[in-house]
Write a protein that binds this ligand. Structure first.
Ligand code: NAD
Length: 433
């Protein structure tokens, strides 16, 4: 029996090979086995510390009421306050949020940030409700979470379907429901806020910027020149569009993009800046005049040096992986490849740059924002970029070095580097009392 199955049985948790939480924890525990880490650490990694589910009513524009379901899962806080995004999407489930919270624990540990891992979400299609309804729902969700979040305890951030405006509503709500003595500094309860209200320069582009810094560091070893490479993107939201816009400055060729509205292709290269303007106006890539429409299967089959999923989890199934023609897959999204998709790609010699490294730029600049909030400062954009580069390059080298030492794939190396650090901190702190 696999280590994960025996740990799940010990914890009386049911499992299923197709379940995303089971898949993520399996990869984490396999790495813990490889390092021969203590059994108690495996138990702690297998089960989040807190799983909060809230149901709350919201008054809709037509006067009726709708009931919403929200989640906040706090996976681990041995390194510091819980940290992780909040997602608005109709497909949000408890197991998805649990899986993403565990990945956050791995991510912050790999990058050596003083945070633990968490994730949250509301089951809603944010495009399907009005801006006023979105604001009331956001405020009601934050008031339902109450003291389960806080600038020293658990600090949410944007994720799929949420943005700086939504973070501003969250911060304002938290400040308004806090005791008067705790209001100063209350806006530090979330990161990814607008610059005018406690945000940081560089936070909006941070995850895409982090992807680019990781590519700059790792692609030369894989024989790819970032300035001349071709690539394709799934997702052209925050992470996908910023990755595209920043790679545009490098001169790389964006051959194909797919989002929830369709897929487009241009062999000579899609201009990411023009595509960004189109998406801002039309809501998706479909209908972009600088490229031709293609089907989903054609999109996956476009030959590129680097394939970058920057949308949702588990999109690259084995069936999709069999269509891919790339040398490197850079996980800008969290958990975009299923285990069977990954097995197939690895057999084909495709290098997979893991999400806990590639997509760590967002939480890293969130950390800078949190620091700036605590010091009532605003750093210059150049300082943010310089600090982000330093942190991402160090993490990329840590993963490469661990892969060399352990003779393993980059994902295993990234988890090992994260777990080893968490284990050291547990050993230093001991277990209370
Ligand atoms: P977003 O909401 O800004 O964009 C999501 C994109 O995914 C959109 O382009 C949407 O069209 C696309 N998409 C949704 N469903 C799709 C489908 N069925 N097929 C194809 N495309 C689809 O979200 P984001 O913030 O860019 O997040 C993208 C990924 O990056 C997620 O996995 C998220 O967890 C991860 N991530 C985000 C951040 C951040 O700072 N925003 C940080 C780290 C990781």
């Amino acid at each position: 029996m696999s280590i994960t199955k025996s740990v799940f049985e010990e914890l009386d948790m049911s499992y299923d090979d197709d379940n995303i939480y089971f898949q993520i924890i399996s990869a984490v525990l396999d790495s813990a086995e490889r390092l021969d880490l203590p059994h108690r650490l495996k138990l702690m990694m297998a089960q989040p510390k807190n799983e909060i589910i809230v149901h709350f009513p919201v008054r809709m524009d037509d006067g009726s009421f709708s009931l919403f379901k929200g989640y906040r899962v706090q996976h681990n806080n041995v390194l510091g306050p819980y940290k992780g995004g909040i997602r608005y999407h109709e497909g949000v489930t408890l197991d998805h949020v649990k899986a993403l919270s565990a990945l956050m624990t791995m991510k912050t540990a790999l990058v050596r940030l003083p945070f633990g891992g968490a994730k949250g979400g509301v089951k809603v299609d944010p495009r399907g409700i009005s801006p006023d309804e979105l604001m009331r729902m956001t405020r009601r969700f934050i008031s339902a979470l109450g003291t389960n979040i806080g600038p020293d305890y658990d600090i949410p951030a944007p994720d799929v379907g949420t943005n700086a405006q939504i973070m501003a509503w969250m911060a304002d709500t938290y400040v308004n429901i806090s005791e008067p003595g705790k209001r100063l500094g209350g806006a530090g309860v979330v990161t990814g806020k607008p610059i005018e209200y406690g945000g940081s320069h560089g936070r909006e582009k941070a995850t895409g910027q982090g992807v680019v810094y990781v590519l700059e560091e790792l692609l030369p070893d894989l024989g790819i020149d970032i300035n001349r490479m071709s690539y394709s993107l799934i997702g052209f939201g925050n992470v996908g569009s910023w990755t595209g816009r920043l790679l545009h400055d490098h001169g790389a060729t964006l051959k194909a993009v797919m989002d929830h509205t369709g897929a487009v292709f241009n062999a000579k290269g899609i201009n990411a800046l023009s595509l960004n303007a189109h998406v801002a106006e039309q809501g998706g890539v479909a209908g972009f005049s600088g490229a031709e429409p293609i089907t989903e299967s054609e999109f996956y089959a476009v030959e590129v040096d680097v394939f970058i999923p920057a949308a949702l989890e588990q999109m690259v199934t084995e069936e999709k992986a069999r269509l891919l023609r790339c040398r490197v897959l850079a996980e800008a999204a969290n958990a975009p490849v299923t285990p069977s998709g990954e097995r197939y790609l690895v057999e084909q010699g495709v290098s997979i740059l893991p999400a806990i490294l590639c997509s760590a730029g967002g939480v890293t600049v969130s950390y800078f924002e949190w620091k700036q909030n605590r010091q009532a400062e605003l750093w210059d954009p150049e300082v943010v970029d310089q600090q982000l580069r330093k942190q991402m390059v160090a993490a990329a080298r840590r993963v490469n070095e661990t892969a060399r030492l352990l003779d393993c794939a980059l994902r295993t190396a990234a988890y090992c580097a994260a777990l080893d650090y968490i284990n050291k901190v547990y050993n230093l702190r001991g277990i209370f009392p």
